[in-house]
Ligand binder design. Structure first.
Ligand SMILES: [Zn+2]
Length: 56
């Protein structure tokens, strides 16, 4: 299950990190802000919640 959940230019429904569906690069967007493009130019993202082991 890796449905595309967001696209660059859309407003983020929640503050969080978005992972590029193409290359897994991560971008961050605040709730209500536009999701930026992946540094590699892709525009489709999957969202993931904070996973166990992510201790940033
Ligand atoms: Zn990418």
């Amino acid at each position: 299950m890796s449905a595309v959940a967001a696209h660059a230019g859309e407003r983020a429904r929640k503050t969080g990190d978005f992972y590029c569906a193409q290359c897994s690069e991560r971008v961050h967007a605040e709730q209500g802000e536009e999701i930026p493009r992946c540094p590699n130019g892709h525009t489709e993202f999957e969202t993931r919640r904070h996973e166990p082991g992510d201790r940033s």
